[in-house]
Ligand binder design. Structure first.
Ligand SMILES: Cc1cc2nc3c(=O)[nH]c(=O)nc-3n(C[C@H](O)[C@H](O)[C@H](O)COP(=O)(O)OP(=O)(O)OC[C@H]3O[C@@H](n4cnc5c(N)ncnc54)[C@H](O)[C@@H]3O)c2cc1C
Length: 402
């Protein structure tokens, strides 16, 4: 039997689940399709440390997700950017901008559990799980028809609006005939929870070396979330290091600002590519999150940007009328353009800071970081990005967190 929904979201990861929660709040009838079985967390909710921008914290608080977190997040009260071999550095203090923090650090697994707890409370969301989007079908008058494969066989859904939230390798994006441009950074990022002589004091560190970036995020559990980028041809070697050698490598890349590195949890590795969809919409269909654009993680922008996709879409649907109308989709694409373009440039610029910097960030190299430290324009640019207030920001991001 065919099931009908106003909106069908394919992908119940970070962005798809958040969108379902935002639409439920507006009383919209939603089908949420996720390939991973209900007994397992989607793989993306792993041990990576997510830095939530202030705009994201505001929105997730309003959506009732932050209060579901079991572990306290780690506030980012200052950001420290440095480059090996460059005596300058940039130090940004949240209090200078009238705020207690620029954002919060949350472990992806904890966030997955919080989203799941919130999803279970919703009235207007039907879950299809495990169910994998397989193909678009003819039919579905006034909407889109799609075929799912699940445990009990195949199923047909009709939607007035179809949302691709199925991640970087979006099958739905392919089925809609939307191409994507890909750039391989030839870099692999290692992520681990580490402990150092000094406990986190609210500082998030970004350190650039000639071979890749290293970031340390202040978690809420007295550990740092370490991210260490290496050229991909070195990835197998780094994966094979024992704990002492791995900590030695981190120490060498990062220096001694937080004292000696003492212990590390398990390491996970992520080969990094930028994947950008050529357009954001097709008739009665729209892309959000990583399906729309996958960024280099070093700027900690991917989910923050994807959430703003989702909330902009929810805001437009909440204005009433046909959720799949061409005019709504045009407005969506227009409203997302500036934030998308600037966030892509920002993340790409940071990623290339190790080698060949993008024009916008060239001053970081040519003048040295000391100059940026006293340049209000560049500082305002960095802070705008860190807090997630760029372009036409959805209203929920502006609500003050309780
Ligand atoms: C190391 C690392 C660190 C990061 N740190 C940050 C950070 O600090 N801040 C930040 O903002 N971002 C960060 N990101 C980026 C962030 O993880 C992504 O932007 C985010 O996961 C994108 O969410 P999404 O929902 O679009 O896609 P995903 O999270 O990938 O979710 C896609 C979902 O779709 C499901 N799916 C896929 N195909 C199908 C199908 N055919 N049918 C049904 N379901 C399907 C998958 O199972 C999955 O659950 C980081 C990324 C990495 C790799």
């Amino acid at each position: 039997m065919t099931q009908r929904h106003d909106v069908v979201i394919v992908g119940g990861g970070l962005v798809g689940a958040s969108l379902a929660i935002a639409l439920d709040r507006l009383g919209i009838d939603v089908g949420l399709v996720e390939a991973t079985p209900g007994t397992t967390m989607p793989a993306v909710f792993d041990q990576r440390n997510l830095s939530f921008a202030a705009a994201t914290v505001n929105a997730l608080t309003a959506l009732g997700v932050m209060r579901k977190l079991r572990a306290a997040p780690g506030p980012i009260r200052r950001i420290h950017i440095s480059r090996q071999g460059d005596f300058g550095r940039v130090r940004l203090e949240a209090t200078d901008y009238g705020r207690d923090s620029f954002g919060q650090v949350v472990v992806a697994r904890d966030f997955g559990e919080a989203l799941e707890a919130r999803l279970r409370e919703l009235d207007h969301v039907t879950r299809y799980r495990p169910a994998r989007f397989v193909a678009l079908e003819e039919g579905g008058e006034g909407g889109r028809r799609l075929r799912l494969a699940g445990e009990a066989g195949e199923q047909i859904l009709d939607a007035r609006l179809l949302v691709a939230a199925d991640g970087t390798r979006s099958q739905l994006r392919d089925a809609l005939g939307i191409g994507a441009q890909e750039h391989d950074y030839a870099q692999t990022l290692f992520v681990a929870r580490v402990r150092a002589e000094h406990a986190p004091d609210g500082t998030a560190y970004e350190r650039f070396t000639a071979t890749g970036p290293t970031a340390l995020l202040p978690r809420g559990d007295r550990h740092f979330g370490a991210i260490h980028g290496v050229p991909s041809e070195q990835a197998a070697n780094v994966a094979g290091l024992d704990e002492a050698a791995w900590l030695g490598r981190l120490q060498q890349a990062f220096g001694w600002r937080i004292g000696r590195f003492l212990a590390s949890g398990e390491r996970s590795a992520y080969p990094i590519a930028r994947v950008v969809a050529e357009r954001l919409t097709a008739p009665r269909a729209v892309l959000v999150g990583n399906a729309a654009q996958t960024l280099h993680p070093i700027g900690a922008q991917g989910f923050n940007l994807g959430l703003r996709d989702a909330l902009t879409l929810a805001e437009l649907i909440g204005q009433g009328g046909d959720p799949g109308a061409d005019s709504l989709l045009r407005t969506y694409a227009d409203r997302r353009a500036e934030d998308r373009q600037r966030t892509l440039a920002f993340s790409d610029g940071l990623a290339r800071l190790t080698a060949n910097p993008a024009p916008l960030l060239r001053p970081l190299r040519s003048l040295g970081l000391a100059a940026v430290d006293v340049s209000p324009t560049l500082q305002a640019y960095l802070v705008g990005g860190a807090m997630g207030f760029r372009g036409d920001v959805p209203a929920l991001c502006r609500e003050v967190a309780a």
